[in-house]
Design a protein around this ligand. Structure first.
Ligand code: ADP
Ligand code: MG
Length: 724
């Protein structure tokens, strides 16, 4: 075996050296060397050619201008040759590059082969090493075997025979052994891992044990605590039971006591119950008897009532008789009172100083009053004081209300069937319209009178039926016109009633029935609108005409069938001022004459009435003729004389006050009546009267004994005041 191995080794060494020599001289290497030499040669050739070319160019430059000379041809030929050579060189160069590339590839391949060779050499050396080791082992074995006797030769032979088998078996065993060792290694690894796991498990176990111990201790502690608590609760429970028991005992005792009380109460209540039952029974009996009793009582009551009614009837009859007698008596008394008071009364009203009066001495106040006597006023005229006495004087501060209070008795007498006239007399701007109409916020006599009539009529509505109607008329230049009619321009006539009663009436004069203040307002507004639309200047016009509001109150006493008719005439007279005697002309003069005439006529009529003359000149003016039935008989008249207190108006104020005093003084005695009879002044006379002539007489201008007169009138007034 050893021999063959040695021979093999030798063989392989020889092979290696052969391969080496083979590698040293390949065809490619030879080819490459050849090409490199060729390349070098060509390069040198090219260099030589370039040198030649340079030489030729230089020569050409030197002999430049020669045409068609043999040199030129030569040159061209040479140049051609040159370019050809250059082309060849180019081709050769490309070939050279190709070859270079090829050489490079070959060199790479060579390096590769060399590397492979090195590897196989190393392998071989290893193999060699292994083989030599085995050889040594084998030699040892052989030496051992040699030292053994004959049998060994047999064994050797056997061995030699079995060697191949053994070798194979060895090989298998080795491979098996290796496999087993690998297995053992793997098992060891597994074992190690398992040990590791075991350790971990032990650690965890120890931890868990410690925890269990801890929990056990905790449990023990909790158990102990619980036991303690249970003990405490048990004690508490016992305690509570004891307490409840003792409380229940106490309560029980109280209940027992109560029970005893209730028992005694029950015993005392029994007699009361007995009496109640008794009462109830007796009441029941009474209820049963009640209807009979009631019937009896009703019968007697009815008889009593009818008797009482009979008595009341007779008393009523008696009373009615007495009432009628009283009514007549009252009328008689009233007439007497009116007679005593005088059918014609004269009031004075002084308006306040207004802005219209201007400023300075002209607007100074010229009127003063007597603090103790409200019937007296003093006028300062041209430096002298003149005093006048009327029935009553209203100072500037007197309100509409106060003024109305003084006239309301007159107004109500209209309900009883009396005719009443209220005149506002005075110069323009003295406050006539203010007193009669007033303002919307502060109404005058007109509205207040109607309101009073309404409320009085309402108060008597139980026994009386009343109808109130109003008419409004105007007298301008002695022409009478209807302010509520459809034809305000139409002049109306005053006629005697055809029934022969001697009554006057105005055919065509519109009458409105009014039932409330609202109705009145509508009528007033309507009348105003008429006046405004008819005249360009209402103030101017109103001061030149008499405005009349005629209120008629017709009543029926339902119980007696008595009928009454009363008329209330509210007259806002035309301005009483004197128009300058020389200044006025035409229509102005005509107006002035008409006003003068009608106011004089009014004065005449009043005079005649108060002096009880047989003839009263009613027909002298439209105004007096129209008011005839309201001025005569037992009619009542109030003259409200309006004056301005301003210094500039004193002469007009004086005239107005004289008129007032004369009207008032007429009735006061037969002597004065007679005296006045001849001297009743016309408006013209009033104008002519100088204030000086009035002054020396003081109050009571025209009477022969003024002092006596004034004292008489004052005493009458006082009487009236005390008699209510
Ligand atoms: P007449 O109608 O007499 O021409 P008015 O009634 O028109 O006069 O009054 C003239 C002015 O004086 C009006 O502006 C009116 O309001 C005012 N006047 C009159 N009397 C009073 C009074 N008693 N209180 C306040 N103002 C008055
Ligand atoms: Mg007026």
């Amino acid at each position: 075996q050893v021999e063959t191995l040695k021979a093999k080794l030798l063989e392989q060494a020889q092979e290696i050296s052969r391969l080496r020599s083979e590698l040293g001289g390949t065809d490619a290497e030879k080819h490459r060397d050849l090409l490199a030499a060729e390349n070098e040669r060509l390069r040198q050739e090219m260099k030589a050619c370039e040198g030649e070319l340079r030489e030729l160019r230089r020569q050409q430059q030197q002999q430049a201008p020669c045409r068609d000379c043999p040199h030129l041809q030569e040159n061209a030929r040479l140049q051609e040759q040159l370019s050809q050579l250059q082309r060849e060189a180019e081709e050769t160069r490309a070939k050279l590059v190709e070859l270079d590339l090829e050489v490079q590839q070959k060199t790479n391949r060579l390096a590769e082969v060399e590397l492979r060779l090195k590897d196989s050499l190393a392998e071989r050396a290893e193999e060699e090493e292994r083989l030599s080791r085995r050889l040594r082992d084998s030699q040892e074995t052989i030496a051992n075997l040699k030292s053994q006797p004959q049998q060994i030769k047999y064994i050797i032979k056997t061995v030699e025979v079995e060697s191949a088998k053994a070798k194979q078996a060895l090989c298998e065993t080795q491979s098996r052994n290796q496999y087993l060792q690998e297995q053992v290694g793997m098992q060891k690894q597994v074992l190690k891992e398992m040990e590791q796991q075991l350790q971990n498990c032990q650690k965890t176990e120890a931890q868990l044990r410690a925890q269990i111990m801890m929990y056990e201790a905790e449990l023990e502690r909790a158990h102990g605590q619980m036991l303690e608590e249970m003990q405490a609760m048990e004690e508490e429970k016992n305690h509570a039971i004891e307490e409840a028991f003792s409380r229940a005992q106490v309560e029980m005792k109280a209940v027992h006591e109560n029970l005893a009380g209730v028992r005694t109460n029950l015993l005392t209540l029994q007699p009361a119950l007995r009496t109640l039952t008794h009462d109830y029974n007796s009441l029941k009996r009474q209820v049963r008897d009640f209807p009979l009793l009631l019937q009896e009582t009703l019968r007697s009551a009815r008889a009593e009532i009818s008797q009482a009614i009979e008595e009341v009837h007779s008393t009523n009859r008696e009373l009615l008789r007495k009432y009628r007698r009283e009514l007549q008596l009252r009328k008689k008394c009233h007439n007497e009172l009116v007679r005593l008071k005088g059918n014609i009364r004269v009031f004075g009203r002084v308006r306040p100083i207004t802005k219209e009066d201007g400023e300075g001495p002209e607007a100074a106040n010229a009127v003063t009053f007597d603090a103790d006597d409200d019937a007296v006023l003093h006028l300062l005229h041209k430096g002298k004081q003149v005093s006048f006495e009327l029935d009553k004087v209203f100072p500037p501060q007197a309100s509409q209300e106060e003024v109305f209070q003084e006239v309301q008795a007159l107004v109500t007498s209209c309900i009883d069937g009396y005719n009443v006239c209220i005149f506002a007399y005075g110069q323009t701007g003295a406050g006539k319209t203010y007193t009669m109409e007033g303002t919307a916020a502060n109404p005058g006599i007109n509205q207040r009178a109607l309101q009073l009539l309404f409320s009085e009529v309402r108060g008597k509505a139980a026994d009386w039926d009343y109808a109130i109607t109003v008419s409004a008329a105007e007298i301008y230049n002695e022409a009478l016109r209807d302010l509520l009619g459809k034809e305000p321009q139409e002049k109306l006539e005053i006629k005697l009633c055809p029934d022969g009663s001697g009554q006057l009436y105005v055919p065509g004069l519109t009458e409105f029935r009014v039932q409330s203040v609202e109705d009145i307002n509508k009528v007033f507004e309507f009348g105003h609108v008429k006046r405004v639309t008819e005249c360009t200047n209402l103030n101017e016009h109103s001061s030149r005409s008499h405005a009349l509001l005629i209120v008629t109150v017709r009543g029926l006493d339902r119980s007696t069938g008595l009928r009454t008719t009363g008329k209330l005439n509210l007259v806002d007279l035309a301005g009483s001022e004197r128009v300058g005697r020389s200044g006025a002309e035409g229509s102005r003069l005509r107006e002035a004459q008409h006003i003068n005439k009608s106011l004089s006529a009014l004065g005449d009529v009043i005079y005649a009435l108060r002096s009880r003359q047989g003839h009263v000149p009613f027909r002298n003016s439209k105004l007096t003729y129209l008011l005839q039935d309201s001025l005569s008989g037992d009619s009542k008249t109030l003259m409200m004389v309006q004056v301005s207190p301003a210094e500039k108006n004193t002469s007009e104020t004086l005239c107005s006050l004289k008129f007032a005093e004369r009207v008032r003084s007429v009735e006061l005695g037969p002597v004065s009546r007679k005296a006045e009879l001849a001297s009743w002044p016309s408006q013209e006379h009033l104008e002519g009267d100088s204030p000086g002539s009035a002054a020396p007489h003081g109050r009571g201008h025209a009477s022969p004994s003024p002092g006596q007169l004034s004292s008489r009138s004052a005493s009458i007034r006082r009487k009236l005041q005390t008699s209510g």
